[in-house]
Write a new protein. Structure first.
Length: 228
């Protein structure tokens, strides 16, 4: 076992406090109160959808400091309909306010949570990416929340975006910026405009909250494979 994450699972019996244990070939859910039917093991292939994101909780402290904590959000939907959600934080760090407002923070101690999330993301993304490739090759569509992948590109809000028009597609977290509309954990996409453009530039931009996009790593992988 690589480690555990605390969270809550919603299944046929309603929400329950659960511990998720991460193994090499999957995960195991265990009821925290010990009153359930026992451990619930899931292989990686039994993960239907996966959401991951980071955020920062911050508060002002005396002497012009800002105290922040990295937040790790994980949500997993399994093939039996069970949904597990976890929101855990790393230890707090203190940063001078002027430094924080510039978009930087004091170095945090090594996270014990991020490596566990990555151990889940790696195998699940590999399986789902292979499945998505096969679906597109068969002429099927693949849904990623508000975005749909097709053989020709992506569709969002009724607009078709060809693979070759996409210039960048990435996940990033912005914690401080003059443009507050771009703060937070977002899927950020730029693509060439067929006509018009935005603010006089020959590009359009998409900014979508990361937790609105299931299997975001798979979507980014498809874009990287198809846009060049």
């Amino acid at each position: 076992m690589h480690g555990t994450l605390a969270g809550e699972a919603v299944g046929p019996d309603g929400p329950q406090a659960m511990t998720l244990s991460v193994f090499g070939d999957g995960v195991v859910l265990t009821e925290d109160d010990g009153t359930g039917s026992g451990p619930h093991p899931y292989r990686w292939a039994q993960v239907a959808r996966l959401w991951c994101a980071n955020d920062v909780d911050g508060s002002h402290a005396p002497d012009g400091m800002v105290v922040t904590q990295w937040v790790h959000v994980l949500r997993m939907e399994f093939t039996d309909g069970t949904v597990f959600a976890s929101r855990m934080t790393d230890p707090p760090v203190a940063t001078p306010e002027a430094v924080f407002l510039s978009g930087r923070m004091s170095p945090s101690p090594p996270s014990a949570i991020a490596p566990l999330v990555d151990r889940i993301r790696g195998p699940v993304t590999a399986l789902h990416l292979a499945r998505a490739r096969g679906s597109l090759a068969a002429g099927e569509e693949v849904e990623f929340g508000p975005i749909t992948a097709t053989a020709d590109g992506l569709r969002h809000d009724g607009k078709d975006i060809s693979w070759h028009s996409i210039t960048s597609c990435r996940y990033s977290v912005v914690i401080a910026d003059e443009d507050e509309s771009e703060l937070g954990a977002l899927l950020r996409m730029e693509y060439r405009a067929a006509e018009g453009g935005t603010y006089g530039f020959p590009f359009h931009w998409l900014r979508i909250p990361a937790l609105d996009v299931p299997d975001m790593d798979v979507l980014i992988g498809l874009v990287d494979e198809h846009r060049t």
